[in-house]
Design a protein around this ligand. Sequence first.
Ligand SMILES: Cc1cc2nc3c(=O)[nH]c(=O)nc-3n(C[C@H](O)[C@H](O)[C@H](O)COP(=O)(O)O)c2cc1C
Length: 193
Amino acid sequence: MRQITIIQGHPDPACNRLLHAMADAYAEGAAAGGHEVRRVEVAKLDFPILRTKEDFEKGTTPEALKDAQDAIRWADHLVFLYPLWLGDMPALFKAFLEQTLRPGFAFDYLAGGKIEMHLTGKSARIILTMGMPALAYRLWFGAHSLKSFERNILKFAGIRPVRRNLFGMVEGVSDTKRKKWLDELRRLGRDGS
Ligand SMILES: Cc1cc2nc3c(=O)[nH]c(=O)nc-3n(C[C@H](O)[C@H](O)[C@H](O)COP(=O)(O)O)c2cc1C
């Protein structure tokens, strides 16, 4: 049995997008597989944008994000879901990561330019949806923003392995394909993977 935290990075607080159905399917599967699940809805959290290096390194986490940090600390597996916006993660989700994965929580700077990672022992899965074909994002754009999230943010804090699922051409997707995708998410949840 695993302790899984699902972090929904879609900025739409209406919670009726494909990604919300995907997070629900994953959570359903995880519950059926006997895993413990906690959920974070970034769109529903009221927090400021990080503006200075001083705040990042020496400031305190906004009150509204303390539960999210607690859910990240508690988990041994993290599932991040977000849509591709302007080739990258939506600004609100990036703002959430800047505020939560700060020094003292996710890592610490040591003398000699070394880094102490605080989130080791956790794995992650990234669920990314996009308007273009997923193959085009991988081959033509080199999946650059996804690699940056994996390497510069997650692995930097010690989170590994990081697995990923890319869903392309999501707009106007057929009911059959949507069901197939949700079944896939349910299976991943059941496996705690
Ligand atoms: C502001 C904005 C920017 C977007 N930028 C891109 C993009 O750069 N590349 C792409 O393939 N799709 C882009 N899209 C399409 C979204 O990725 C797509 O609508 C989303 O993955 C659908 O998921 P949802 O139904 O859960 O919102 C963009 C959509 C919006 C609203």
